[in-house]
Ligand binder design. Sequence first.
Ligand SMILES: O=C(O)CCC(=O)C(=O)O
Ligand SMILES: [Fe+2]
Length: 279
Amino acid sequence: MPIHRISASSDLEEILGILNEEGGLILEGLYSARLIDSMRDAIILASEKFKPGEATQGLGAPGNDFVGENTIRFSSIGKITSDYFKMLDNEVFRSIADALLLPHCASYWVNTAQAMLIGPNSEAQPLHRDCLNWPQVVVPSWPDGPELTVSSMIALEPITEEIGATRVIPGSHRWPDLGQRVHADMTVGAEMGPGDALVYTGKLVHGGGANLTSDRWRRAMHLSYVVGWLTPEESSPIDYSDEDLTGQSEDVKRVLGHRSYISDSPSAGGLWLRHAKGI
Ligand SMILES: O=C(O)CCC(=O)C(=O)O
Ligand SMILES: [Fe+2]
């Protein structure tokens, strides 16, 4: 089954219907050419400071196997370009995150935003589900448990299967058996143009594709949100100071952890208090 692709300006109900049935879809033109051009330039420039294979997702050698020997990855993207904050304001992706996550939390935040650059002659990443970052919630409640995270893989340049388009198994978000065997033959590649994004639930099986070329990089970035009662992969509240976020919307400040978790229960106290500063 090929992956569905529709315009990012399609009706939200249509987008959510496909996401619900298949677990992921490509939204064409989710981000403007201007924003993508500027993000791509900033990411390429910053990537010169990172060695391929250096990113281990904080896991040491096992993380290296997951990420790949010739892959460059880095997060804290707002430190290299303030255009990152505009990305967080994307109405369509935020509406999707609202629809998927808000039934299970009172507010959500950035899980991670990462440059994911797959170098020449790279093997495919192991297939996985992003929600298994939080197995204590997922394992006992599969497949009916709450949506914890929603992700997007954003093309910064044209992405073909040959250079490592993300592979997905449509429908795998609903498999009754969490341990069902996965194999590369079951996957389809998410080919995209710059500014398109593969949007998928954390329950969908997927993984970075093999880069079969000897001289080209697959340049994409990942942006995901996670329910506000779980710890994200990336430490946004530490990365960005109050000064860094001056002038940003309340909403951007919230998804970067500069606001308390909104409690929707009258009996709950404020969570993550932050009162006296600078005394
Ligand atoms: O690089 C890709 O296409 C996918 C990466 C990914 O799924 C991950 O690291 O969780
Ligand atoms: Fe993933």
